[in-house]
Ligand binder design. Structure first.
Ligand code: AMP
Length: 283
């Protein structure tokens, strides 16, 4: 197993991607913040299936973290990430230093699209401004044909899609299914923060989503009724700090009063000191 080519400098990364494209290779981009798990590797697999040159970026982006959030303690282990990717047949890893990606005088930010306002945007006010800015920067450094994102961060995929459409960025955005632990908990680098008892509690997040799906399948269409039942599942597990439970339109992310097959249930909670998000299509 060979470690993938590790590139630190943006100019070198861009040059290598252009060389691949000019050689007729289809380039896939998988942006991550590292601490790689099976969810990330499923995106790599999707990229490998569709593209001939797969680039994984590893960058804990400071501008998408709010004050008091976990930027400084976010798990970082480049050696372990490179070892995980060696099995994934990745062509290039771009892992820049913060100072190289954000020069001292950096001051331009993307004003994120309308879909960024509610939900995560309401609880993490500058988050999507940081996400949109780093994704735009990465797409300029890695001019990929296709970029892969996880359904796990559903609102993020909406923000990225709308930015790409609004700014005429020549890339195709693919969304890949959420990879889960045996009890349904969505894999996340932040799960490492959970104590054993918190980890057990966290299983209720997925159970609340499963409840929404089950109610929809049983014919329930009233979103307030479904949301109330989801809240009950969380509370019963002792999860009391709930940022939001919402049943939304999949494109606008506006709340719906009547749930349809394509409606999405969104959840954000705190389990101990750890904030978890998850979602599912209801129908
Ligand atoms: P992150 O490193 O958390 O920024 O995530 C990088 C990419 O992996 C994002 O597009 C996420 O949506 C995606 N991702 C994170 N967790 C999962 C998961 N459990 N299943 C599928 N994709 C995921």
């Amino acid at each position: 197993l060979a470690n993938p080519l590790l590139v630190r400098a943006a100019n070198e990364a861009r040059q290598r991607v252009w060389e691949a494209r000019l050689a007729g290779r289809k380039v896939g981009l998988v942006p991550t913040m590292g601490a790689l798990h099976a969810g990330h590797l499923s995106l790599v697999q999707a990229a490998r299936g569709e593209c001939d040159f797969t680039v994984v970026t590893i960058f804990v982006n400071p501008t998408q973290f709010g004050p008091g959030e976990d930027f400084h303690r976010y798990p970082r282990d480049l050696a372990a990430d490179l070892a995980a990717l060696a099995r994934g047949h990745v062509d290039m890893v771009f892992a820049p230093a913060v100072d190289d990606l954000y020069r001292v005088r950096h001051s331009t930010f993307v004003e994120p699209p309308r879909v960024a306002r509610a939900w995560e945007g309401a609880f993490r006010p500058q988050h999507f401004r940081g996400v949109a800015t780093i994704v735009l920067k990465l797409l300029h450094i890695i001019p990929a044909d296709v970029a892969f994102f996880g359904h796990k961060d559903y609102q993020q995929t909406c923000v990225v899609r709308d930015m790409v459409d609004d700014f005429d960025i020549p890339v195709t955005i693919r969304t890949c299914p959420t990879i889960r632990e045996a009890d349904g908990l969505a894999m996340s680098s932040r799960n490492a923060y959970l104590s054993p008892s918190e980890r057990e509690q966290a299983g209720a997040v997925h159970r609340s989503l499963a409840e929404a799906v089950a109610m929809f399948e049983a014919g329930e269409r009233d979103s307030a009724t479904i949301a109330r039942a989801m809240r009950g599942v969380l509370m019963q597990a002792g999860i009391v700090r709930i940022d939001y439970i919402a049943l939304v339109d999949p494109l606008t992310l506006d709340e719906v009063s009547r749930v349809g097959v394509d409606s999405v249930a969104l959840v954000a909670v705190h389990v101990g000191a750890t904030r978890l998000i998850d979602n599912t299509q209801v129908g």
